[in-house]
Design a protein around this ligand. Structure first.
Ligand code: MG
Length: 212
């Protein structure tokens, strides 16, 4: 048993998330939902920071959306950006089944365009979860910092790319983008961040209050 399997054993009696996973698999969608231990961490971080406005980049089937929404107060809102309409539809169905349908809003299309739109509208957020196309992680991070309320949390999933990020022989665009993202999350002066090395890697950072 590896450390992740050991930790997941405490989290496996989650019928709703198990059903969501099954539905995603049944539809032939990629089995890339966030790991159970990190899903629980998202719930805890949203609740602990009392985040009211949460932005998710990459909905897939709504698994991580449910984890994020579980941490929200009844007044909290989840805005979820998703490239594919059928994925957004399934994610909304799952969030509705989980009791959060009235708290979530989906924006379908290219995430960078939706982020630019949110910026133009002057929207700000308390929590960001980045889990979409890896080549654009540094772009999404810059938008997150721009749209962040002081003290906002940013989390990014799959920062190890199943080991490719750490492999010096791998240098494709996704790998290079992820290395840049990890470096920024851990070292950018606007952030206080770190990389959690379990599962496929999760980078987590807090946006420092802006200096006057
Ligand atoms: Mg992921």
């Amino acid at each position: 048993m590896n450390p992740e399997e050991y930790a997941d054993r405490f989290l496996e009696n989650d019928e709703l998330l198990a059903r969501v996973q099954q539905n995603i698999a049944d539809r032939g969608m990629p089995a890339i939902s966030i790991a159970p231990g990190y899903g629980r961490l998202l719930t805890m971080l949203v609740a602990a920071t009392k985040a009211e406005q949460v932005l998710e980049i990459g909905a897939l089937g709504g698994y991580s959306g449910i984890c994020l929404a579980r941490g929200l107060s009844p007044e909290g809102r989840l805005t979820s950006l998703e490239l594919k309409q059928d994925y957004a539809d399934l994610a909304l169905a799952h969030l509705t089944e989980a009791g959060f349908g009235h708290q979530v809003e989906f924006k379908v299309g290219l995430a960078a365009e939706s982020l630019e739109q949110l910026k133009q509208e002057g929207r700000t957020f308390d929590f960001f979860f980045i889990d979409a196309d890896k080549e654009n992680y540094p772009v999404y991070l810059e938008y997150a910092i721009e749209l962040a309320n002081p003290g906002a949390i940013i989390a990014g999933d799959n920062t190890f790319l199943r080991g490719r990020t750490l492999n010096p022989d791998k240098n494709g665009p996704s790998v290079q983008a992820m290395r840049r993202f990890n470096e920024l999350m851990a070292t950018d002066e606007r952030l206080i961040g770190t990389i959690l090395p379990a599962y496929d890697g999760l980078a987590v950072a807090m946006v420092k209050p802006r200096q006057p």
